[in-house]
Structures are given as C-alpha cells and as structure tokens.
Design a protein. Structure first.
Length: 187
C-alpha cells in the first residue's frame, strides 16, 4: 500500500510540474494584430524612352491570413493627368522566418518584413474621366517597424498601364516604378 501511495504522489507531482511549465510563445507572423495598413510612397516612373515622372502611390491592405492580404494601390500621376488603380493580393514574410536569429546579434529580425504585390486594374484619364487602358503591376519591397503602428517601407517593381497607338498597332505604355520610399500606418 505504501508503494501505491508513493507512486500516486510522484504522478501528482509530475502532473503539477508539467502544468506549471509555460507554453512556448507563438512565432510572430507578418499580419499579427493588423486590421488595416495604409501608406503613402513617392516613386519615380519611366515610360521606357527615358521620360521620368514623379508619382504619389497610395497603398491600402487588409489581411486575410497570416501571410496574405487584399491590397489596393492608387498611383496619382499629376503630370500625365491620370491615375492608375490596381487591386490584388499581397504576400508577406518576416525576416525572422527566413533567417534564424543568432544570439550574438542584437538586431530584431521580426521588425523587418518582405512583401510582394500582384495586382490588376486600369488607367483613368483625369481630364475626360474615362478609362484609357488596362493595368497590371508586380511590386515588392521591405518594410521596417519603427514604432508599434508606424513602418518605413522601401520598394519597387514593374507596372504596365495605358494604351499607345503606333502604325495602326495597339501597344501598351510601359511604366516601371524604380524607387518607392514611403511610410505606412498599421491599425
């Protein structure tokens, strides 16, 4: 009987010790705690012939999973008196998910996020308020969390928008974002 009581005491102590062990913290995800991101970037577009245009890019994204968001980008092109509207999907990954953190490095890798956007939309002429072409964009970049709700982003990519007629053939104007520094707010 003594052995049975001793065995029960050991089992109770083992269960109590296991119950006090804290669960491991979940790994951070790119969209943790995010309801909406809103940002503004200033970019430089070129049409492939050497003409460069300064553009303001408005960026909105709503998370649908840990790594994916629905995104909307609007490119305001005042010199061309046109806007380009693009909607699509954004994929994101933290640097800490790509590179394992080494204890001797004091840099917090979960503050860096790589993202990529794929979107479709259209180009609108601001003067006549008409659709002047189809648009497709493939962009990406990296963002750094400065504070809990503020990130600094740097990106670029490729955008194809508008229509140009040459010798009776319909060709697309090529617009390529080169550099896109900006600030985003996370809610």
């Amino acid at each position: 009987m003594k052995y049975l009581i001793a065995l029960l005491e050991v089992l109770v102590l083992a269960v109590a010790a296991a119950a006090q062990t804290p669960a491991p913290a979940p790994a951070p995800q790119p969209n943790d705690g995010t309801i909406l991101t809103a940002g503004v970037s200033y970019i430089n577009l070129t049409n492939g012939t050497g003409n460069k245009v300064n553009v303001t890019k408005v960026d909105l994204a709503v998370p649908i999973s840990n790594h994916f968001s629905l995104m909307y980008n609007q490119y305001l092109v005042p010199s061309a008196q046109a806007n380009v509207y693009v909607g699509g999907v954004r994929g994101a990954m933290l640097l800490s998910q790509i590179i394992k953190q080494k204890p001797n490095i004091k840099l917090n890798l979960s503050k860096f996020q790589f993202y990529g956007d794929l979107g479709l939309g259209s180009r609108h002429d601001s003067i006549s308020d008409t659709r002047t072409g189809f648009a497709v964009a493939l962009t990406g970049g990296v963002s750094y969390v400065v504070a809990s709700n503020v990130t600094f982003s740097f990106g670029g990519g490729y955008m194809k928008a508008g229509i140009r007629r040459s010798n009776g053939l319909t060709l697309y104007n090529l617009d390529t974002p080169l550099i896109a520094p900006g600030v985003k707010l996370v809610f």
